[in-house]
Design a protein around this ligand. Sequence first.
Ligand SMILES: NC(=O)c1ccc[n+]([C@@H]2O[C@H](COP(=O)([O-])OP(=O)(O)OC[C@H]3O[C@@H](n4cnc5c(N)ncnc54)[C@H](OP(=O)(O)O)[C@@H]3O)[C@@H](O)[C@H]2O)c1
Length: 295
Amino acid sequence: MIAVLGATGQIGGEVARLLADGPADAVALVRDPEAAGVPLPAVRADLRDPETVRTALEGADRLFLVTPHVPDQERLEAVAIDAAADTGVRHVVKVSGGAPSLGPNGVTPTAVAHWRSEQRIEAAGLGFTHLRPSFYAQNLLATVAPVVASAGVLAAPLGHAPVAMVDARDVAACAVAALLDPAPRDAAWQLTGPRPITLDDVAAHLGVRYVALRPRVAGRAMRRRGADAAEVAHAVRMAAYFAAGADGVVTDHVERLTGAAPRSVEAFLDEHRAAFTPATGLARTLSRTRSKESR
Ligand SMILES: NC(=O)c1ccc[n+]([C@@H]2O[C@H](COP(=O)([O-])OP(=O)(O)OC[C@H]3O[C@@H](n4cnc5c(N)ncnc54)[C@H](OP(=O)(O)O)[C@@H]3O)[C@@H](O)[C@H]2O)c1
């Protein structure tokens, strides 16, 4: 049986949807089974309450592991990994961080935490599939779309370097392929879209101008909106990492895992065209003015 953590979230939700139509028994491990609204049988498991995770994993031989971006992410993952090792899970499919960001001296504490979790899975003797995705295209919907709609420009701190953005649904499809693999390979996969794309390309596709913010300028804006210091430091470091071109190399790993080509960012933007459209008269006017760098 496959156990799915994070089944109410972005990647785990898609994993649950794909598994609901699939050939294997699967169960969603959620904090609130009544409210979860997932398309799989749901059992209670809270990573802040290790006993619930142990109990929920009884009978599972495969685990999909994704945790939210929180300061104690590594501790939450350790709870799941230790419970998996104790209860007879033989294969953990983990959503990790972007491949170039990882390591003992990773780009951010989150990247280090992901790397340590990978090490913990391997040290426990569990079969493993580490999925290391680039920047999710869906991030554009959360961060870029509201700015385009309200200000008529694409303002972001990602510079002009190519980024190998991947659609979160393809990350989920890779997870499902790995979970259903009858002979899982102990392997790490660098998940990317089909082509590297710059924010200039994104702006051109949307027909708006791109204002490349300096990461520290964007960090100051986050602080003014009330973000805490750790969140700001994470965002600034990741922005500088992408702006430096550190995550611009595409791979064929999505296609090798799923047998299907990854979705393009352009297709994602077209799917959500309404959200990426200047929504006021002022925004439409600003979207037509000439591009220039912020200072
Ligand atoms: N954004 C990117 O570009 C990017 C790129 C590479 C890797 N990543 C990694 O992707 C991961 C985030 O994936 P996502 O977007 O799918 O996450 P998400 O949508 O935030 O989902 C997080 C899931 O974890 C569950 N959860 C939270 N606390 C829990 C607890 N104590 N016990 C059990 N479950 C709990 C949530 O359930 P509830 O409904 O109960 O809250 C939710 O289902 C992060 O690890 C991040 O580092 C992100």
